[in-house]
Design a protein around this ligand. Structure first.
Ligand code: SAH
Length: 438
């Protein structure tokens, strides 16, 4: 009953893809052996533990081992489809920096940068519009669990200029300089990224974080776990555990109406930490992923070679993913920050001016195949039947961004009542059609 698509797309030929994953190892068997022996000795494991082991185990993890993006990989993402996507997100970052009063230093932070295409397109916009930055300095910070992908990102962003830390325990495990001379650093965790005014980007990151699954039963909520199939000992199966677990008693909202729920506590913790940073240091986060606003139920699925793949079959050889529940992220962000969205990718990109950008690129391009590729990319990103509606954009902002700074208090001892200074109206938040505090 696994439903829905991650994003099954027709395979396109794009010069962005250069590497082949044809020879990549398929560690399915060793991962399966590890999981079955663990389950046999300590009992069924949560879906979250299963996902964590399969995706980010430091030795065998799917993300740790593979370059899974592109036609030769398992799935394709918007920044890999069209340069316009990253360019518009670059404009968004600049616009949020301006809306915050142009602080003197801007940290660009990206979670799960994949092949580095999105941040590379963002940085090209920063270079082209460097005049707008005035004297402000910019640094780049990437939160990436995969050594293999960090190497590909480093190649894309800084050529051979980056260096790996001497010790594996260093919080900054790789450092370098971008082509434009900006300092760039790699971390495994948000906590290691320096504090300060930051714009955070997360595209197709939250869907990769481990989820717990719960089923409503006559006896109340019960957790769905992963067990060894007693009939076929080298196969895994889902079971509903008979007694409540810590997760089933802690993670379900009291007003939950659905029959089946997926909860991503790790995503909730990251959002809380982001909210805390944005409230304390200023800045904004833009989270884009396929997801829903608290309505969907069973969305856990696997992808291999651009096709749906049984999530429990040959673990480690396919991507595992679940739709992002934005209503849960909003709850976890709490009142510390203002939240907007989710809005559909189509609305967001249209509000950001994707139509105008496409026209400009087409006007300057005579090559028929590049023109066809630009139009194809535009259609993939915005068509409601493709990525336009399934992908959603959500933002977290410092409250001051929407309300404007507090009016100045009259100085003590001032003889005359000061004329109240009218603060300029805050800039609208680009991409989100309506301004509103949640
Ligand atoms: N944002 C990119 C790639 C999406 S794939 C794009 O849109 O093309 C997911 C990315 O998140 C990969 O780079 C993967 O290695 C990274 N990732 C997955 N789980 C992670 C974790 N727990 N911590 C840090 N990075 C993670």
């Amino acid at each position: 009953m696994l439903n829905a698509l991650k994003c099954i797309t027709p395979l396109i030929t794009d010069k962005r893809f250069s590497s082949s994953s044809a020879e990549r190892p398929i560690p399915g068997n060793s991962v399966l052996r590890h999981l079955t022996s663990k389950i046999k000795s300590t009992g069924p494991i949560s879906v979250a533990e299963y996902m964590r082991e399969v995706l980010t185990n430091p030795v065998t993890g799917y993300y740790v081992q593979n370059d899974m993006l592109g036609p030769d990989g398992d799935f394709i993402t918007s920044p890999e489809i069209s340069q316009i996507f990253g360019e518009l997100l670059g404009i968004w970052c600049l616009s949020e920096w301006m809306g915050a009063g142009k602080p003197s230093h801007l940290q660009l932070v990206e979670f799960g940068p994949g092949r580095g295409s999105l941040i590379s397109d963002v940085l090209r916009v920063f270079s082209q519009l460097s005049g707008a930055l005035g004297g402000a300095t910019v640094s780049v910070h990437l939160v990436e669990v995969s050594p293999k992908l960090s190497q590909i990102q480093a190649q894309c962003l800084s050529g051979d200029q980056s260096r790996v830390s001497a010790s594996e325990d260093e919080p900054v495990y790789r450092q370098g300089t971008t082509a434009a001379g900006l300092p760039i650093s790699w971390y495994r965790n948000l906590d290691d990224v320096p504090r300060g005014f930051s714009v955070y980007l997360a595209h197709e990151f939250f869907d990769a974080l481990p989820i717990h699954k719960f089923q409503r039963t006559e006896k109340g909520w019960r957790e769905v776990m992963v067990d060894v199939d007693p009939e076929e000992p080298d196969k895994l199966r889902f079971v509903i555990v008979p007694a409540p677990t810590l997760a089933s008693t802690q993670l379900i909202q009291s007003d939950e109406k659905r029959q089946h729920v997926e909860v991503c506590p790790e995503g909730g913790v990251i959002v809380q930490r982001l909210a805390n940073r944005i409230a304390g240091d200023g800045g904004a986060a833009l989270i884009a992923d396929y997801g829903h606003d608290g309505t969907k139920t069973d969305t856990f699925r696997g992808f291999k070679g651009h096709k749906l793949h049984d999530v429990l079959a040959s673990p480690g050889s396919a991507d595992l993913t679940a739709d992002v529940d934005f209503s849960y992220l909003r709850k976890m962000a709490g009142a510390m920050v203002a939240c907007m969205g989710p809005v559909s990718q189509r609305s967001f990109l249209k509000n950001m001016g994707i139509d105008t950008r496409l026209q400009v690129l087409l006007r300057n391009c005579a090559d028929p195949s590049t023109r066809a590729q630009l139009i194809h990319g535009y259609d993939m990103l915005t068509n409601p039947a493709k990525m336009g509606e399934r992908f959603q954009f959500f933002t977290m902002l410092n409250h001051i961004r929407l309300t404007g700074p507090e009016p100045k208090q009259p100085e003590l001892g001032a003889k005359m009542a000061p004329v109240p200074r009218k603060a300029p109206a805050p800039l609208p938040v680009a991409g989100f059609s309506e301004l509103g505090l949640s």
